[in-house]
Design a protein around this ligand. Structure first.
Ligand SMILES: Nc1nc2c(ncn2[C@@H]2O[C@H](COP(=O)(O)OP(=O)(O)OP(=O)(O)O)[C@@H](O)[C@H]2O)c(=O)[nH]1
Ligand SMILES: [Mg+2]
Length: 346
């Protein structure tokens, strides 16, 4: 915590106030880095300084800053929101330093505030669309929701995340983020690179979107199949952060209105059964260590609307499934804690 203002012993007057504790949104911070950076875990408001007899004012204690990632919500232990930090450099005062000694306090300084805080990194959306440029992510979001993202027949139409809301008959809403197209080398910050992958981190689940006919990154590069697209996307996520690959995911196979789509879909499904046997067309360093497992493979056409309602239900089911699991885990923990306490009483 902030150190107390320097008092002037023997002289008197007003002691300086202790420093305050601030939470500050900073670039390049992650929740994980907070633990490394502040191993002490406790931040106290500074203690006020002693007073002195003459009307001299002690210096104010230095403020303390806890750096956190942009997008953090600060709450009390009880769950009351203290504030949100949404822009780099935004600051939130979380604990006041004590006030210095003065005539009113019989020259006794007071201690700084002690607060227990929770930091939660906000999700940008429940589901994030992941795919190469032109796979039809934005078209899909338009077909699924009320969002109106820009759609065009050129790569990198989408430059920043656009959130669409899926509405359900029982008023449940699910937010889906349309993200910029991923490219080979995104993990090393090519294209939209890290900016994009950072957003992927902040969704509960992933929706891989591939063009059933495959894709071509640029006119001079090889034409790749939908299966290759899945593996390359997986590899990019993996290279950025291994953990991303373990997020629950659905695979959307788009553009089912194109010729031969059914055959290509059948081929893709077969390849996904034994991915290892079909990775030989990929450069070695582009084969993922772990293959993505999809809860569902859903064929759709964003253009004609084919499969869109079904996809909407699949997304809902998948999220409900996780919510149910989290709920059960929470109750189990509560029951166990209760059991322990009972045990202590007996
Ligand atoms: N035939 C067909 N074309 C589609 C379908 N969905 C999208 N497209 C076309 O594919 C092109 C790319 O669509 P977008 O939705 O902009 O693709 P995106 O994945 O958002 O692309 P980026 O934002 O550049 O990453 C557009 O010309 C769409 O009209 C589909 O289901 N069938
Ligand atoms: Mg787009």
């Amino acid at each position: 915590g902030g150190s107390g203002g320097m008092g002037l012993p023997h002289l008197g007057g007003q002691g300086g106030n202790g420093g305050d504790v601030w939470v500050v949104a900073a670039k390049n911070m992650t929740l994980k880095r907070i633990k490394d950076k502040y191993p002490q875990k406790r931040f106290l408001g500074g203690v006020g300084a002693n007073s002195s007899v003459r009307a001299l004012k002690g210096e104010r204690g230095e403020d303390k800053e806890i750096l956190v990632p942009v997008g953090v919500t600060v709450t009390t232990e009880g769950g009351k929101t203290i504030g949100e930090l949404n822009i780099e450099g935004e600051r939130l005062m979380v604990a006041r330093g004590g006030s210095g000694g003065s005539l009113h306090s019989a020259f006794e300084p007071s201690k700084g505030q002690v607060k227990h805080l929770r930091l939660d990194l906000k999700l940008i959306a429940d589901v994030g669309l992941v795919g190469f440029p032109n796979a039809g992510k934005s078209s899909l979001l338009t077909a699924l929701s009320n969002a109106k993202p820009e759609i065009a027949n050129y790569a990198f139409t989408t430059l920043k995340p656009e959130i669409g809301k899926l509405m359900y008959k029982d008023y449940k809403q699910i937010s889906v983020a349309d993200l910029p197209g991923l490219i080979e080398g995104a993990h090393s910050n090519k294209g939209m690179g890290h900016k994009f992958l950072k957003h992927v981190e902040r969704t509960k689940q992933l929706l891989f979107v591939v063009d059933v006919c495959g894709f071509q990154l640029a006119s001079k590069t090889a034409f790749r199949s939908a299966f290759d697209a899945v593996q390359l996307l997986t590899k990019e996520l993996e290279l950025y952060k291994e953990k991303l690959v373990s997020k629950p995911a659905l695979l959307v196979v788009n553009k089912m209105d194109l010729p031969d789509a059914e055959d290509k879909l059948a081929e893709l499904k077969e390849q996904l059964q034994n991915p290892h046997d079909f990775c030989d067309r990929l450069p070695d360093d582009m084969i993922p260590n772990n293959y993505m497992t999809f809860r569902r493979v859903v064929p759709v056409s964003a253009s004609t609307g084919f499969g869109i309602d079904h996809l909407k239900s699949c997304i809902r089911e998948s999220l409900d499934e996780d919510a149910e699991m989290a709920n059960r885990a929470f109750h189990k923990e509560r029951l166990q804690a209760l059991g322990h306490r009972l045990h202590e009483h007996l």
